[in-house]
Structure formats: C-alpha cells, structure tokens
Write a protein that binds this ligand. Structure first.
Ligand code: PGA
Length: 240
C-alpha cells in the first residue's frame, strides 16, 4: 500500500501555478517516489491543465468536490464524469468545510457513489469538532460519519481523518490521539483502505505523523501550496 501524499489547494491558485506543480517532480528523487503516490487537488478550472502539465504522471490530479448525478439542470455544478474526463483520478468528498456549509453524510455517500460510477477514487473526509472531542464523543462521531458517508459495498476508497479543530489552525492532534483514532477507523473499514491524517500537516511534523501506525498518508491544505514544503512532506514518508 503506497503512502498517499494528497494536497488540497482549496480555493487558492491561478493558471500560472500549473507550471509550478509540474516542476514538483524535479524536487523528488526517484528513490523518494517509489513508495508514495502524490496527488494535488486544485480548483476545478486548473484540473485539465495540471493533468496535461504533469504528463510524466508522477503527480496525480484530483478534485475537491463533485455533484452526485451525472448530468442535468444543476447550474454551477460539476459531475464526477466531467472530472474523470479532464484527467482527475481522485475526488475529495465531505471535507469539513463543505459539511459546515450544510453537506450531510447522505450527500457525501451519494457523491462517493458518483465517484465510483465515474471511475474515480473518493477521499471521504471525517472528523470531530473540538466540542465533540472534549465531550468524549470523537470516536462515536467519526464512526457515525463513516457509517453514513461510505456507500454500502464500497471497495476502492480512501478515508481522511481530519479533526475539524486542527484544520488551518496550526494545532495538530497528539500522536497518541491520531494512533487511537486511526486504529478505530481501521476496525471499521478493514485492512485495504488507506487512512490519511489531515490538519496542519507541515514538513516539521510530517515524519512523526506519517510514521504512526495505521496512517497511510496525509491530506495537506496550507503546506501543499508551496512545492518545497509538499516535497519535504513527501520525503518524510516512511520507506518500508
Ligand atoms: P491544513 O488543511 O493542512 O491547512 O490544516 C487540511 C485540510 O483541510 O485538508
């Protein structure tokens, strides 16, 4: 199982950044790459060009969201089929920033099903708020999100555990908390699903996080905007 180093650019970037991302390849030696898979999820308008620009294919391209159905009168929406047609291989679904805007587990599950239909791999995001953690409910909250957001009989998917309070705040969960939550998620999704950690992953903390049992990669927001930081995180992945 290769470690997945996934960058989520959120609503950042411009057309010129596609070149910068293509240059990412040169920052990693071949030996740094063998055991990892690198993914960048830019805003929709840059997906096609980034796919073309990373033609050597050491970087995969993904999206940050999709609509649940294939086509129709849904102004402003983008289907999973359209993303696949533009070269995307992954799609993030149920990011906490989207859940905060009203997305429910059932919406996330429908989007993950759309990803399967289009041949994309969904990265299904889960994570508790600080209030839920302090009330001792983190495990139950995440378990309910997984049960509600992972479609029945889903096989080829990725889970990203992102404690909401750690996203974009510089606060990282304790390694012991990451280890125990990832073990809990492992028990729910089985051995073949990669479980990513996300929330303020940076070059300085990546080795400890990526070296934690049942952590199979990272979902990286802020630090993925800087190719030197993203490649440093990629180099921190354990080599076994
Ligand atoms: P961050 O974002 O790395 O900036 O905390 C992570 C995410 O939202 O996926």
């Amino acid at each position: 199982m290769k470690t997945l180093i996934a960058g989520n650019w959120k609503m950042h970037g411009q057309q010129a950044w596609t070149v910068k991302a293509a240059g990412f390849d040169r920052l990693l030696e071949a030996t740094d790459r063998e055991h990892i898979e690198v993914l960048i999820c830019p805003p929709y308008p840059f997906i096609r060009e980034m796919f073309v620009a990373s033609a050597a294919r050491h970087i995969k391209i993904g999206a940050q969201n999709c609509h649940a159905i294939e086509k129709g009168a849904h102004t402003g929406e983008v289907s999973a089929e359209m993303l696949a047609d533009c070269g995307a291989e992954y799609v993030i679904v149920g990011h906490s920033e989207r859940r905060a805007a009203g997305e429910r587990d059932s919406d996330v599950s429908a989007k993950a099903s759309a990803a399967f239909r289009a041949g994309l791999t969904p990265i299904i995001c889960v994570g508790e708020t600080l209030e839920q953690r302090e009330a001792g409910n983190a495990n139950n909250v995440v378990e309910a999100q997984i049960i509600g957001s992972v479609p029945d009989s889903a096989e080829n998917f990725v889970v990203a555990y992102e404690p909401v309070w750690a996203i974009g705040t510089g606060k990282v969960a304790e390694i012991s908390d990451i280890k125990s939550m990832h073990a809990h998620i492992r028990g729910l999704v089985g051995d073949n699903v990669r479980i990513l950690y996300g929330g303020s992953v940076k070059p300085g903390n990546a080795a400890a996080i990526l070296g934690t049992e049942n952590v199979n990669g990272a979902l990286i927001g802020g630090a993925s905007l800087n190719m030197a930081d993203l490649s440093a995180i990629a180099r921190s992945a354990p080599k076994n």
